[in-house]
Structures are given as C-alpha cells and as structure tokens.
Design a protein. Structure first.
Length: 243
C-alpha cells in the first residue's frame, strides 16, 4: 500500500512539473491582409481604400500555462488605394469634374511580438493576444491616373524607394516614389488553436508617420502625416506543440 501511495505521489509530482514547464512550438504561417493608410487631413472629396495582400513566414510560441509569448517574422504585402473627385476650372469659371486614382503596393518584412492569454493551460482553445510590431520596407510600386473632364487620362507609375528620416528635395524626388523605411505600432486580436493548427485574426495600428519628409527651395513641405493600418487573418502549423 505504501508503495502504491509513493508511486501515486511521484506521478502527481511529475505531472505537476510537466504542467509548469514551458512548451515551445515553431512552424510556417500563411495569410492575407487588407491594408490602407490613415491620414487625419484627408479631404471630403478623397476616399482612402484597402488593398489585399499576402503574408507568409515563420511563427513561434512559448506557453507558460495560460500565458504565452508569440513572435513571427513575415513577408507582407501592404499598400492602399485612393480615389479623389477633382473639379477643373475652365476659362468661363464653370467647374468640370475629373478623377484621380492612386494605388500602391509595398513589400515589407514585419515582426509582430505578442503576449497571449490562452483558454487552456496547454495553449489549446481560444486566445487573446496583443503587443508591438516592427516593420521594414523593402521596396514597392505605385500607379497614379488623372482623368480630365474631356475624358483624357494621364497615368504615371514607378518604384517606391525606402528612405530614412532625411528630407528630400521635391524637384528631384516626387512624393509618391518615397516612403519611410521603418514602421512600428501595435497589433492585437483573437485566435484559436486546435492541436498544431493556429488560426488568428488581428488588427495593426501603425504609430510612425510612413510619409517621407520633403523640402521645396530649402523650406520644409507640410505634407499630411500617413499611418499604416491593416487587418490580418492567418493560419499557422506549429511543430512541437504540447497536446
């Protein structure tokens, strides 16, 4: 009887120790995002839109009971669309309507970090997570089209080059072709884990001005600040998950 009690206490102690040990998992992540820019100085005749892009990379989790740490390194396509109704003044003073449409595609490396609260101590079930993210712009592309009242359209497109905090001269550096290299903000959302599969839906709130700084004849140009925003949905397959 004493031997059975001893084995029972040993089993309980071992199980308790296992429950306290962190569990680590790592695996690929794929998903989609709907990204846009936010500007506090958007005019009434302008409409900012979302652009859908891909996300893919590597995700990891470390669980300590109900709490967990999550990190990922992802390639992400971001960007936005913009539509504006423009009034052209003719010689007689009457106005005629035209349109301006712009779109951009940004290729980035994003690194979200999050603290998660899990429904179950083994990391399974529903979860709530939030934390910072950091992003590095690799390159991009823009397309702009101006349509006049007569129906003629003028299009311009080109590469988007990442820059740091230096001010650029508008005479040689057009506004659409440059954006800041680094971005950072907050990201949070909900998830659900079933064995090795982890589904997550989240929202990213950029806190850094993504627009480059410009000058004209040596004087700073007051260009509206623009901040990255995005909804994300992803699916990860995590190896080494404790069941």
């Amino acid at each position: 009887m004493k031997i059975l009690i001893a084995f029972y206490l040993l089993w309980v102690g071992t199980a308790s120790a296992r429950a306290q040990q962190p569990s680590f998992s790592l695996g690929p992540r794929v998903g989609l995002n709907a990204a846009t820019y936010h500007s506090a100085q958007l005019h009434d005749y302008e409409t900012q839109g979302y652009r859908v892009g891909l996300e893919a990379g590597l995700a990891s989790t470390v669980n300590f009971g109900h709490l967990g740490l999550q990190a990922a390194v992802l390639y992400a396509q971001r960007g936005a669309t913009l539509h504006a109704d423009i009034e052209f003044n003719s010689g007689s003073g009457t106005g005629n309507k035209g349109t301006y449409d712009a779109s951009s595609r940004l290729n980035c490396v994003t690194m979200p970090l999050a603290l998660a609260y899990n429904q179950r101590t083994d990391g399974q079930g529903a979860q709530l997570f939030a934390g910072p993210y950091f992003s590095l712009l690799l390159n991009g592309h823009y397309d702009n089209t101006l349509t006049s009242p007569s129906g003629g359209a003028t299009s311009r497109s080109g590469a988007i080059t990442p820059v740091n905090d230096e001010a650029l001269d508008l005479a040689t550096h057009p506004v659409p072709a440059y954006r800041r290299r680094f971005d950072a903000g907050l990201q949070g959302g909900l998830g659900y884990r079933y064995h090795a599969l982890l589904f997550q839906a989240s929202y990213s709130l950029g806190l850094q001005n993504a627009m480059a700084s410009f000058t004209y004849n040596g004087a700073p140009v007051n260009h509206p600040a623009s901040y990255n925003r995005a909804f994300q949905a992803s699916l990860s397959y995590l190896f080494g998950l404790t069941r």
